[in-house]
Structures are given as structure tokens and as C-alpha cells.
Design a protein around this ligand. Structure first.
Ligand code: 9D3
Length: 243
């Protein structure tokens, strides 16, 4: 998979050269390109922004440097780019969207700054606008890293097969609690079932804990989760009323 990120701040992207995204690049599963928008700027000062038509405060990112950068990113007719603009006005990013994007061969993400980008870039080049949530960031860079990280770990081979299987099995509910050594930490013991060696029993306990944690902390998730009869019985026993 190829991911391009068009940005005025390529120095912000250390997280994508760490951990799982770094390993995915080393394994050849991912080709990540940071495209420095400044180098597509106009004139001796490589200008990339200008004052807004109609007046008002702040600056708008000019269309020409962006179109030059997008054309560079999307120059292989064998691998057409799906172009995303990170924007507070986009659809909110979800795991479902991450799965959709991970199936594509080529993503190009545009990071905005200042008041935004010239509308004609959206009109002609952008396929989709994505937000990462209803809060205000300083620009699209952190948002693009969130999208890239969530997508990269879904590329087959990027995380180990067992983690991927467990994650997919339990997706839509929260994780169960985790414990490691020591057996007693500051007077708190590890739940004995985890020391029992009974793998069937351990799996059941973890399922129960995951469902309970979800009911307690994120009841909104349970509403759209396909609970089995067994799951429902378990939650009722614990005093959760299900609608
Ligand atoms: C100062 C301009 N603001 C007027 C209300 C609008 C605005 C434009 C651009 C506010 C923030 C930004 C920068 N944010 C992003 O580029 C962004 C973002 C976000 O702020 N929140 C959640 N997801 C995203 S994706 C890109």
C-alpha cells in the first residue's frame, strides 16, 4: 500500500517512523511518502498561501501548489490515488472507514493549515473529507497521522496474526483487563482464574469482563453490538438492563 501525506510541516511526522508503521515500511507492506508542500510553492519565497477573496482575517492555502503536489502524488496511472482532505467539516473517522481505506492501493492525504484551502481543490481533486472528531486542532497533520496509523495496522502482516484475530473477534466492545507479574502488587492480587491454567475458563472470564467493562464505561457501544443470548444472560445476572 502507498500512503502520501502532503504537508507544510513534514518534521511533525516522527510517529509514522516508529512502532508498527515503521515495521510495516521495513517489511515492504507500506510505502509512505511525505510530500513537502513548500517545495511546490510559488516564486523565490515558495509561497503557498494568500489573503482570502472577500476579505477577512487569516490566510488561505493557494490552489496551484496543492494541485502540483497532488499531481506529483497521483502520477502513476496503474495506482490512482484516493485523495482525502483532513478537515473539521469531514465525516468523522471510524474503524469501519479505516477498514475501507486499508483495502485501497493508494491514499493521498492533504493536511490543511490556516483558515483552509481554496475550494476549487476540493471541487476538482478531493474524493473525501475526513475529520477525527468534534474538537479543534491546529491543522490536519495530527489527524492524518491518526488515519495513517489506524489504516496501516490493518494491512495484512502489519501486526501479528493472533492479535489481529483477537482484535477482529472482539471489535465493537472494550478489551478485558490485563495483568502481569508480580502476582501481588501493593496488596492487590491477580484474579485467581488467570493462574488456573484452564484456558476455557480464562476465555469465558475475559469475555465476561469485556462485556461488563463495555456496559459500565461505554454502554453506547453495546446498543449496536450483536450480543448473543449468552452475553445477554451474563449482563442481566450482573444487573444491567438491556433495551
Ligand atoms: C480558525 C478557523 N476555524 C474557524 C472556525 C476553522 C478551522 C479550520 C481548520 C478550525 C481548525 C482547523 C484545523 N483543523 C484541521 O485541519 C482538522 C481537524 C480538526 O480541527 N478537528 C478534527 N479533525 C480534523 S481533520 C483536520
Amino acid at each position: 500500500m502507498q500512503i502520501d501525506i502532503i504537508t507544510l510541516f513534514p518534521e511533525m511526522f516522527a510517529p509514522l517512523f516508529t512502532s508498527i508503521p515503521a515495521q510495516a515500511q521495513k517489511k515492504g507492506l507500506l510505502e509512505l511518502r511525505l510530500i513537502d508542500l513548500r517545495s511546490y510553492g510559488t516564486g523565490r519565497h515558495y509561497q503557498t498561501d494568500d489573503v482570502p477573496y472577500g476579505g477577512g482575517c487569516g490566510m488561505v492555502m493557494q490552489p496551484e501548489p496543492l494541485s502540483r503536489a497532488i499531481k506529483y502524488a497521483d502520477s502513476d496511472p496503474e495506482k490512482p490515488a484516493h485523495v482525502i482532505f483532513l478537515s473539521p467539516q469531514g465525516q468523522t473517522f471510524t474503524q469501519k472507514k479505516a477498514e475501507e481505506l486499508a483495502a485501497l492501493p493508494h491514499l493521498t492525504m492533504i493536511c490543511g493549515h490556516y483558515e483552509g484551502i481554496d475550494e476549487r481543490i476540493l471541487q476538482k481533486y478531493v474524493h473525501e473529507e475526513i475529520s477525527v472528531g468534534d474538537f479543534v486542532l491546529s491543522g490536519g497533520e495530527l489527524a492524518s497521522m491518526i488515519v495513517a496509523d489506524a489504516v496501516v495496522r490493518l494491512i495484512p502482516g502489519a501486526i501479528d496474526a493472533q492479535s489481529a484475530a483477537e482484535e477482529s473477534f472482539s471489535s465493537g466492545i472494550l478489551d478485558h483487563p490485563h495483568y502481569t507479574r508480580p502476582e501481588v502488587f501493593e496488596e492487590m492480587a491477580v484474579p485467581p482464574v488467570l493462574l488456573s491454567g484452564d484456558h476455557k475458563k480464562i476465555a469465558l472470564w475475559r469475555r465476561r469482563q469485556a462485556l461488563l467493562a463495555t456496559a459500565r464505561k461505554r454502554p453506547d457501544l453495546l446498543a449496536s453490538y450483536p450480543l448473543s443470548q449468552e452475553d445477554k444472560k451474563l449482563l442481566k445476572e450482573e444487573g444491567f438492563s438491556l433495551s
